[in-house]
Write a protein that binds this ligand. Structure first.
Ligand SMILES: [Zn+2]
Length: 73
């Protein structure tokens, strides 16, 4: 099961919580406030990075008007 990192907006503590339901509001273990927000872990950021690793090298660059770099460099 996924463990997410949370930040408490009330006391400022970060904590990890085992999440069994997406809609469940997580209470802070330090102050029991439910004013918490889920932090993006490095893992989830990497896995939802927009397919950057899927782009093959040299297929295009930021300055390319065409689909490959063969004419722009
Ligand atoms: Zn707290």
């Amino acid at each position: 099961m996924p463990i997410y990192e949370y930040h408490c907006k009330k006391c400022g503590q970060d904590f990890e919580e085992l999440v069994t339901s997406k809609d469940k509001s997580i209470a802070c273990p330090h102050c029991t406030s439910r004013r918490t927000e889920k932090l993006m872990s490095a893992f989830s950021v990497k896995s939802s990075g927009g397919g950057g690793s899927a782009a093959s090298a040299g297929s295009s660059c930021a300055g390319c008007s065409s689909k490959n770099c063969s004419t722009c460099h």
